[in-house]
Design a protein around this ligand. Structure first.
Ligand SMILES: CC(=O)SCCNC(=O)CCNC(=O)[C@H](O)C(C)(C)COP(=O)(O)OP(=O)(O)OC[C@H]1O[C@@H](n2cnc3c(N)ncnc32)[C@H](O)[C@@H]1OP(=O)(O)O
Ligand SMILES: CC(=O)C(=O)O
Length: 526
């Protein structure tokens, strides 16, 4: 049977700290999950709040191609009639064909959290599943705290599953709610239950011990047919099983074809879902992170250039990711050469400039530069050594004037700058929002007089990092990301003065743009 992937981003994902989504964003994520080929989307808990109730109304007019929409809720409250239970009324009104209900498997939770008798909890599970079935729903049953329940009172935990089974649940999902189970334990219990609940078992794991993905995979080995989790791993506390990793593992290592050809869209789907959820996708995320196929050690790069499989478990394109070669102090000639070759294919590895550039990168990294994320500045270092660089302007002087009134209600900064090109000088004074902004604006305004194309360049991001902690005498590293509507590039500056470090990064940004534009112009003429 095909392994079913069940995504809980819109239900348990929003239980993560820092995630709250509008219904517009929820819909965007649901559509992306559908596009990716996810089997089930748990769209929310309609009993939780008016926003989630409204979302199910909005979903009625939406079409999904690959995914089925599921509403989530709990078993009826203790000592309440199913027909009177507010949660169940909301679940039915959500108007989905499938609902998931969770119930208690751990005896201590029944007595101490629900304050109910053990037999009453069994009735709550059975009554709820029967009632939802009578109301035309397919019911998935989430056995909350199942693995902890088994450790304390296995006989009772198994009875709770039977209550759901005899009530008519079509899937029984074993939940490691506290994230404390280990893979061997999960595989053993799932394998024990699989013959009885044939093609019915699912797994829902939390990552409190860093085992959520391993436990999910072990459950499949034991006979589970559904894996629940969230595409990017978000969820309560340490998160849920990361489905991107689960999917990557199932499809590239275990021959379970879960999303087929869509595997090549896995990385872009994760970036999209993280962006919409206003989260940063972990750079170290397996398969889909920015670093998943980034090579930094000189010897690794040498080997990857000779044969990618030497340090890559799969070709990055399989999951829509990219290989990155990072230039740094731990680079050797191969790393530097691979960077040079992409920019200037005419340079041979034996060219003396390759060793010279390698040495220069190491010297600069020793001074606090980092070129991994500053590929624009790295290109300029290469250009300067191979003779593909010429000064585009000369700085005569700059001055920053900062004024603050006694009430501190206004903070006015002005940058005054003078540059010359081919003997002609330009002086400008510009006000800005702080010294770096003023300097950036003043430099662009002055440079624009000679190079009008600078008008299109925008500063997208500015980051400062203190690189040694010698209090006020620390050095700082400034990273600037620029764009011109077509391309983006990042440059770096280092100094013990933040303005100077920013200046170095700003100048690199503008010089690179002008040098590359003028080369393109020359090529057009030729
Ligand atoms: C393991 C999981 O992730 S389960 C899902 C957890 N998700 C969430 O809690 C997010 C959505 N939750 C909510 O919006 C709210 O908690 C609501 C609307 C569902 C309930 O709110 P309230 O009625 O105010 O109850 P509150 O959240 O304070 O307490 C939970 C109640 O549910 C009961 N309960 C907990 N689990 C179950 C269950 N499986 N079956 C029946 N009742 C349950 C508790 O005993 C408690 O009832 P009590 O106050 O009578 O003791
Ligand atoms: C149901 C659920 O989310 C859990 O047990 O973790």
């Amino acid at each position: 049977m095909k392994i079913e992937i069940f995504d809980c981003t819109l239900r348990e994902g929003v239980q993560s700290q820092g995630i709250s989504m509008s219904n517009e964003d929820r819909l965007k994520i649901a559509k992306k999950l559908d596009e990716l080929g996810i089997s089930y989307i748990e769209a929310g808990n309609p009993a939780s709040n008016p926003k989630e109730t409204a979302f199910f109304k909005e979903l009625k007019s939406e079409n999904f191609i690959n995914s089925k929409i599921v509403a989530f809720g709990s078993t009826r409250r203790a000592h309440t009639e199913v027909s009177e239970d507010e949660g169940l009324k909301n679940l039915i009104a959500a108007n989905t064909d499938i609902v998931t209900v969770f119930g208690k498997s751990w005896d201590f939770h029944v007595t101490d959290i629900l304050s109910a008798e053990l037999y009453e909890n069994l009735n709550m599970i059975y009554d709820t599943v029967c009632y939802l079935k009578e109301n035309g729903k397919e019911v998935f049953y989430d056995a909350e705290h199942f693995f902890d329940g088994c450790k304390h009172n296995k006989e009772y935990a198994l009875k709770t599953l039977e209550a759901a089974y005899f009530g008519g649940a079509s899937r029984i999902i074993l939940c490691d709610t506290n994230g404390a189970a280990f893979p061997d334990e999960v595989e053993k219990i799932v394998a024990e239950l699989a013959p009885k609940y044939k093609n019915m078992l699912g797994i829902h794991c939390h990552d409190d011990c860093g085992m959520a993905v391993a436990n999910s995979i072990s459950a499949v080995r034991g006979g589970a047919v559904m894996i629940q989790g969230t595409l990017t791993g978000c969820g309560e506390r340490c998160g849920n099983a990361n489905l991107a990793t689960v999917i990557g593992n199932l499809q590239t290592k275990m021959e379970h074809n879960v999303i087929g050809e869509n595997l090549k869209n896995l990385t872009s789907a994760c970036v999209y879902v993280s962006d919409v959820a206003n989260q940063t996708l972990s750079p170290n995320a397996p398969y889909v992170g920015r670093n998943a196929f980034a090579h930094k050690g000189g010897m690794h790069i040498d080997a990857v250039c000779k044969e990618p499989s030497s340090f890559e478990h799969i070709p990055p394109e399989t999951v829509g990711n990219k290989r990155r070669i990072l230039v740094s102090e731990v680079s050797g000639k191969s790393a530097v050469y691979s960077k040079i070759q992409r920019l200037f294919p005419e340079i041979k590895k034996s060219d003396p400039s390759v060793a010279k550039i390698t040495r220069r990168f190491k010297e600069l990294e020793h001074l606090g530069y980092q070129f991994e994320a500053a590929e624009g500045s790295a290109e300029l270092v290469i250009r300067k050594i191979i003779g593909k660089y010429s000064t585009v302007f000369t700085l005569n002087m700059f001055r920053i004037l900062s004024e603050q009134d006694s009430s501190r209600s206004s903070n006015l900064t002005t940058a005054l700058i003078s540059i010359s090109v081919d003997g002609k000088s330009e002086i400008t004074a510009v006000e800005g929002n702080g010294p770096v902004n003023a300097l950036d604006k003043a430099l662009r305004k002055a440079a624009e007089v000679f190079y009008p194309q600078i008008k299109n360049v925008k500063l997208l991001d500015y980051k400062v990092r203190v690189i040694d902690s010698n209090a006020t005498a620390s050095k700082v590293r400034v990273l600037i990301e620029s764009a011109d509507g077509k391309e983006r590039w990042t440059t770096v500056g280092v100094s013990d003065d933040v303005i100077k470090a920013s200046w170095i990064a700003l100048v690199d940004s503008i010089e690179l743009k002008i040098i590359k534009d003028s080369e393109k112009e020359k090529q057009k003429i030729e």
